[in-house]
Design a protein around this ligand. Structure first.
Ligand code: NAD
Length: 423
């Protein structure tokens, strides 16, 4: 299928202003079609929409937002309001003081209990915007009620619960998406395409540095922040899930982790700073560090392969191409201090796009097409597994191999929550 057709298939599910439940006819049409003129595609799209009005069952997709009274919920409301066939059918928060005015403003029913919402509203999709320890429970209840789930990151605080979320989605035949909106940035999409197309070659080294400065006032925003019971971690569970996700998205999951976590700057129970040494399946080394006490520099991600490298500084993407490959150059060059010919390109990218809107658009298209969303539960698990591994490794003062021992991590987290172990 050409790119233009892919775009139009997406448009067909989004811009039509309809929710087309019987999408197989639409998918078949686009799969079989060899149309690549946008204008013809648009004409056919219009016909499809008219046909869907006439024949197929159509209705708006009903979304429910749980945790609607907090900081991130309005971003979800804003995104959903931009999608014509998405209806915010209900909102929920255990705190009616902050939650109810939000629901009133949207003009939808408000619930203080998500189980009541699920029973009465029967939403198609539940968006989970609560603190992370509650994500799993709400997602499991939503799957049991027959809904798809978009959960805020991190999908849970521990891998054992994330496994249960993935299994429950599979058992219910529903989709689980994790809100990793940074994956949809043009710079990240291009970087991912370069890796997937083999332009970087075999992995040689990875480096990720990302400061996530947060003030004392930030940790006072709500009681759940920065403690083991309320959050299950701090920078590793709140800010760095994005960083860890991009690392795993671009370089894959490492096989071994040496982690180090500390509380250096804030009056909190959990880590505000971490670093980790990584070993990838082919033996390549990696390093990642982040802190909520560091200011100044932009995020830097380097993924170095034997055919090329990519470097992201903020959203600026540079690509290095080596001729011949480093592996061949090492073997064949007679020069002791030589370098392969290296071409550097600063990639010209469209302005920043993506965000929560792109996450919803992808999820809605995934439901229509019967595919997994781009940041699915299994994809979202990778960064959580890495975060948990870094914490476990730091406490155990040894390397940890992935997949992580679920029971060992649950035991550690329970000890930390009960105050039997401290950082
Ligand atoms: N994707 C992003 O870039 C991004 C940005 C910010 C926050 N987040 C994530 O969103 C989640 C919420 O963060 P926040 O900053 O909005 O927190 P918040 O404390 O501001 O809001 C959380 C809301 O959930 C409500 N709540 C708690 N338990 C509930 C329950 N059982 N049922 C219903 N409501 C419940 C609280 O009353 C509160 O209104 C976190 O997991 C966080 O990591 C993601």
């Amino acid at each position: 299928m050409s790119d233009c057709m892919r775009d139009w298939r997406y448009e067909a599910t989004i811009i039509s202003g309809l929710w087309v439940h019987e999408t197989s006819q639409m998918s078949d049409f686009f799969e079989k079609s060899d149309i690549c003129e946008v204008s013809s595609a648009q004409q056919h799209l219009t016909n499809m929409v008219i046909r869907s009005h006439m024949g197929l069952q159509t209705s708006p997709l009903k979304f429910a937002i749980v945790g609607c009274g907090g900081i991130i919920a309005p971003t979800h409301v804003k995104a959903l309001r931009q999608i014509p066939n998405a209806q915010i059918a209900a909102m929920c928060d255990i705190n009616p003081e902050t939650g109810k005015p939000r629901a009133d403003e949207v003009g939808c029913p408000f619930f203080a209990d998500h189980t009541e919402l699920l029973e009465k509203i029967k939403p198609d999709v539940v968006t989970v915007c609560t603190p992370h320890p509650v994500h799993a429970r709400i997602a499991l209840d939503a799957f049991a009620a027959g809904a798809h789930v978009l959960t805020e990151k991190p999908m849970s605080v521990e891998v054992a619960l994330a496994d249960r979320m993935i299994a429950a989605a599979d058992a219910a035949g529903k989709l689980l998406a994790v809100n990793f909106q940074q994956r949809f940035k043009p710079s990240i999409e291009r970087a991912k395409a370069l890796v997937d197309n083999g332009e970087i070659g075999d992995l040689v080294r990875v480096l990720v540095v990302e400061p996530w400065l947060r003030t004392y006032a930030y940790y006072r925003l709500s009681a759940w922040r920065g403690n083991w019971v309320g959050e299950g971690g701090a920078v590793l569970l709140n800010q760095s899930p994005h960083t860890l996700d991009l690392l795993c998205h671009l370089a894959g999951a490492p096989r071994k982790v040496w982690g180090w976590i500390r509380t250096l700057y804030h009056q909190i129970e959990c880590e505000d700073t971490f670093q980790a040494m990584l070993e990838y399946p082919n033996g390549a080394p990696g390093y990642i560090t982040s802190s909520t006490g560091e200011a100044g520099v932009q995020r830097r991600i380097q993924i170095v392969g034997d055919r090329g490298a990519l470097e992201l500084v903020g959203d600026t993407l540079s690509v290095y191409r080596f001729t011949p490959s480093t592996r061949e150059f090492l073997r064949t060059s007679p020069e002791p201090f030589g370098q392969p010919d290296t071409q550097v390109e600063v990639v010209d990218l469209p302005g920043d796009a993506g965000g929560h809107l792109a996450v919803y658009q992808d999820l809605i298209a995934a439901i229509a097409e019967g595919r997994q969303p781009r940041a699915s539960g299994r994809e979202g698990l990778m960064s959580l597994e890495l975060a948990n591994a870094i914490t476990l490794s730091s406490f155990a003062e040894r390397a940890v191999t992935l997949p992580l021992d679920r029971e060992e991590y649950t035991d550690l987290l329970n000890d930390l929550k009960a105050g039997r172990r401290k950082l």
